[in-house]
Write a protein that binds this ligand. Structure first.
Ligand code: DGT
Ligand code: MG
Length: 242
């Protein structure tokens, strides 16, 4: 069967409600199942805004966002939620147990699925370290765990739902370089059939992506692989050197 999760942006322009200038202009790209698309760019470039359009946190003013050829504006929220898992830049944990937090998108997940997701997200050790395990309580907003632990639990939560599309918005930034590398390697094995879209600050996180979009001031200024961009993109070179 054909893999699901093809994401297409067609000439998308977006303005926040009430704002005058668009924060995204003429964005077009395709992300394919089995591939990793990365988005890089300076702070305020529009990366978070861009990835928020697929799960319809906002709807586009002009252009189309399509999932397997269907405009997301024609899909109901439950379909999008089951097919697209977003790990937000500021991951949110609920007051409740770790288990409750992990089952959020898939209430009927088995314990084995939860542990498997935790292992991939490099969060298994952290959960095992207390005897309460999956029943350990998380405070509202996840204030009793570190930023890196919140990121990893949020990644595990996304994995539990087994979506067609993963969106990682700067999800690896609070991790040290070694954990980041381990996590992404494990992730690769688990997301083979899915479309993976990664927003990153660190070039090392996305150097092996199939395609990288360089976003500047709401526009895609360059695109290509890491090696291609090193040759052709002054903006990318600046990010590499920063
Ligand atoms: P980051 O996370 O600091 O690397 O920056 P990006 O690339 O994720 O940027 P983004 O998409 O958060 O912001 C792009 C522009 O849109 C920036 O000028 C701030 C503005 N913006 C972001 N969120 C909102 C919002 O909720 N309302 C309004 N009016 N503007 C927003
Ligand atoms: Mg952002």
């Amino acid at each position: 069967a054909e893999k699901k999760g093809r994401v297409e942006f067609r000439d998308v322009t977006f303005k926040y409600p009430g704002a005058e200038a668009p924060v995204l202009s003429n964005i077009s790209f395709t992300a394919e199942p089995g591939k990793t698309l990365a988005i890089i760019g300076s702070t305020g470039a529009g990366k978070t805004t861009l990835v928020s359009l697929l799960p319809r946190l906002y709807d586009v003013a002009s252009g189309d966002v399509l999932l397997d050829g269907v405009p997301v504006t024609e899909m109901d929220a439950s379909e999008i939620t089951s097919r697209v898992s977003a790990v937000p830049q500021k991951p949110y944990l609920f007051s409740g147990t770790i288990e409750h937090n992990l089952r959020f998108g898939k209430p009927d997940a088995t314990d084995e699925e939860l542990w498997d997701a935790l292992e991939t997200a490099q969060a298994k050790g952290f959960v095992e370290e207390k005897s309460s395990g999956l029943n350990r309580r998380i405070a509202q907003g996840g204030t009793n765990v570190s930023g890196g632990q919140r990121q990893r639990l949020s990644i595990a939560r996304a994995l539990v739902t087994k979506p067609n599309v993963y969106l990682f918005d700067d999800s690896f930034s609070a991790l040290d370089v070694a954990t980041d590398a381990r996590l992404r390697k494990a992730l690769k094995g688990k997301t083979k059939d899915a479309t993976v879209i990664i927003v990153a600050q660190r070039v090392s996180t996305i150097a092996d992506a199939d395609e990288i979009l360089v976003l500047d001031n709401g526009r895609i200024v360059d695109r290509g692989t890491h090696d291609e961009l090193l040759e052709t993109s002054p903006t990318y070179q600046e990010i590499v050197e920063s």
